[in-house]
Design a protein around this ligand. Structure first.
Ligand code: HAM
Length: 417
């Protein structure tokens, strides 16, 4: 017996109401804020991700699903959604459109991670990107839109964590301070952090090891080393967030797991839960990314959230989601001649836009109605010998278990109402 690969899961019919609820909420919010949908291929040139996410990140080092295709190209299943959207922006000359260009996506993401609650090897993300503007009002818009999404879904008790990690002008100075600080404590660092100290100092702040956490608490803060432009940008962003009435926690340890960020980084976490796999969503600004992947310098800011994690929290908080539209009318019959009639009836019902399910096999009427109940059918049409003879049907209200004889045409009229 085959099973779904480790870290992947099937989305079964009984869970589809959650997905529909999220997809509809997302589409409505994107319409409100003027974001348009974009879909990019499931795989891209590996180089796109290596260049943008960064060689020394966990994603590129350990988590990418990469393969050579039969033509010898090295491809990677999308481990995140921002770089492909930036690639598409450049490829389709979207800089010619009015800026910023606002795009969103709902898409599967692949990361070879250790599966656990809320962490999968294939998960789905809803993400959105504002491209072509460095205005801090756009950062604030993206952050507010993320918060509004969770609020609309009914999720309570979330915290917004915010930080600025500077730009290529001020960050080298900050990294130097960080290096000096950690070099003095090298003996206390976990093996991964010892390596990070040499290759990617900022990542040290992201370490979740017990032994390293207290060191990060005391580490120099990026927000204390910002250049005047970054400081201004950060101050404006905070001002806009206050205007939006959004509370936020400044967190100097927040650096995020991808290397492309500049200035703004933020995450939204469920209150009282710690650990990377609980984060609901995160994002930030990435003003150097387009240049890094071969385009002209183009600023951008965006956010993404895992759909499975939203559903996990919706369930945990006992939020009731609207049910999917119920099936419909069940058509039961007794005998072959009645079955022939029933096949014609269901065809006509569907042509007229009425959902219809035909009983299968030649079961007893009782068994057919049990089936109708199990499917949640609200009404049934029954064709027995008497009905065949009289050119009538039995109409059954499944919720009230009441029935009456009608012509098929009258039943259709009723269903249409
Ligand atoms: P990320 O923080 O790597 O950011 O992922 C965004 C969200 O995807 C996470 O907060 C989490 O909800 C979900 N997620 C990530 N990994 C997993 C997993 N293994 N299983 C289940 N859910 C997961 C990005 O990917 C950036 N592209 C976000 C962004 C957009 N930045 C700017 N624009």
């Amino acid at each position: 017996m085959y099973q779904a690969p480790r870290g992947t899961s099937d989305i079964l019919p009984h869970d589809q109401a959650y997905w529909r609820y999220i997809e509809e909420t997302v589409a409505d919010i994107c319409r409100l804020y003027g974001y348009q949908r974009i879909d990019t291929p499931v795989f891209e040139d590996s180089g796109l991700f290596v260049r943008s996410i960064g060689e020394d990140t966990d994603i590129v080092e350990k988590e990418m699903y990469s393969f050579n295709d039969h033509g010898g190209d090295l491809l990677t299943l999308r481990p995140e959604g921002t770089a492909p959207v930036c690639r598409a922006y450049l490829e389709h000359g979207m800089h010619n459109l009015p800026q910023p260009v606002r795009l969103y996506y709902i898409t599967p993401i692949f990361r070879y991670e250790r599966p656990q609650a809320g962490r999968f090897r294939q998960h789905w993300q809803f993400g959105f990107e504002g491209l072509g503007s460095s205005d801090p009002a756009l950062d604030a818009e993206v952050i507010e839109m993320a918060c509004v999404l969770y609020r609309r879904l009914g999720l309570r008790d979330t915290v917004l964590k915010l930080n600025s990690i500077g730009c290529r002008n001020c960050r080298p100075q900050y990294l130097k301070c960080l290096e000096e600080y950690y070099s003095k404590k090298i003996d206390l660092l976990c093996p991964d952090c010892k390596r990070r100290l040499e290759r990617n100092t900022l990542r040290l702040l992201d370490c979740k090891q017990e032994s390293c956490m207290p060191l990060t608490e005391q580490a120099p803060k990026s927000s204390d080393s910002l250049c005047a432009e970054c400081q201004d940008h950060f101050d404006f962003l905070k001002k806009y967030l206050v205007i939006f009435d959004l509370e936020f926690d400044l967190d100097h340890r927040l650096v995020r797991g991808l290397d492309y960020y500049t200035r703004t980084v933020f995450e939204i976490q469920p209150l009282g839960e710690k650990g990377a796999q609980t984060t609901l969503g995160g994002g930030g600004r990435y003003d150097d990314l387009m240049e890094e992947i071969g385009g002209r310098p183009t600023p951008g800011v965006g956010f993404a959230t895992g759909i499975e994690r939203m559903i996990l929290n919706i369930k945990r908080q006992g939020i009731v989601v609207p049910p999917l539209p119920q099936p419909t009318t069940f058509v039961a019959f007794l005998g072959q001649e009645a079955k022939d009639k029933a096949v014609g009836y269901v065809a006509q019902m569907r042509r007229e836009g009425i959902g219809a399910i035909l009983a299968s096999g030649n079961r007893s009427l009782k068994a057919q109605l049990r089936h109708a109940n199990a499917l949640g059918a609200t009404s049934a049409i029954i064709i027995g010998e008497d009905e065949l003879r009289d050119g009538m049907i039995v109409w059954r209200d499944m919720t009230r278990s009441e029935q009456q004889r009608l012509s098929f045409e009258d039943a259709l009229k009723r269903l249409k109402k």
